[in-house]
Design a protein around this ligand. Structure first.
Ligand SMILES: C[S@@+](CC[C@H](N)C(=O)[O-])C[C@H]1O[C@@H](n2cnc3c(N)ncnc32)[C@H](O)[C@@H]1O
Length: 205
């Protein structure tokens, strides 16, 4: 994504493609002054890019994987952004690892289909606990939807995910929405994104 990759940092071509469209959706939806918790930051490139482009919010990257945390930290140290915090270990499925709230928004990019369902259950429970009133949970990734033909590329991706781990796979948006509702979050927006992905925004009333 960049020529200037610091030691210990990872980089991903997918992030180079999706970061600008994600930014355009986030920009009008993150209230100034909000503390944003990013769950499953991965390499940390989204955190660096989004925090740089959105100086009006403070960004807290997290992941459960030590290698991801090292990569995020390498980017974060190089970026030297006042609004980008050092990464924290957070396992979405383990409530003990969640920081205490409140947060104005939670952003989670490409985790729900690449983790067991327990991670989504933990994510929704955490969002229900931590989000302020009118706070948003913003998810990016592919979904299955009733009445919407699934793109062949997403069907193939689903197969490959399940081949890597039987507990992974593209989720049905109706299941995710029902789980969110059980934690007091309502589906506020569904936004089509490039490459057959969606951004779905859940809101705490
Ligand atoms: C496909 S990567 C996506 C990373 C990044 N958000 C992106 O879009 O490039 C999935 C990430 O989810 C993280 N992850 C998986 N299960 C998790 C969990 N239970 N809690 C937190 N992070 C988790 C992995 O460590 C990995 O960094």
């Amino acid at each position: 994504m960049t020529d200037n990759v610091p030691a210990g940092a990872r980089t991903s071509p997918a992030t180079a493609r999706n970061r600008a469209p994600i930014l355009e959706v986030l920009r009008p939806r993150l209230p100034p002054g909000a503390r944003v918790l990013e769950v499953a930051s991965g390499a940390g490139e989204h955190a660096m890019f989004l925090a740089a482009a959105l100086p009006q919010v403070s960004w807290q990257p997290t992941d459960r994987d030590p290698d991801a945390l090292a990569s995020i930290a390498a980017w974060q140290v190089q970026a030297r952004l006042a609004n980008l915090a050092a990464p924290i270990r957070l396992d979405a499925a383990d409530a003990v690892t969640w920081l205490s709230g409140p947060v104005g928004a939670i952003v989670c990019i490409n985790m729900i289909h690449i983790s067991p369902w327990a991670a989504t259950e933990g994510l929704m429970a955490g969002a229900g606990r931590l989000l302020t009133p009118a706070g948003k949970l913003i998810l990016y990734g592919p979904y299955l939807e009733a009445g919407v033909t699934t793109a062949p590329s997403n069907l193939a991706f689903d197969e490959s995910l399940k081949g890597r781990d039987a507990a992974w796979g593209i989720r049905d948006l109706a299941d995710v929405t029902a789980l969110a509702a059980a934690h007091g979050l309502r589906l506020a927006e569904r936004i089509a994104m490039p490459a057959n992905n969606l951004i779905v925004v859940f809101e705490k009333p």
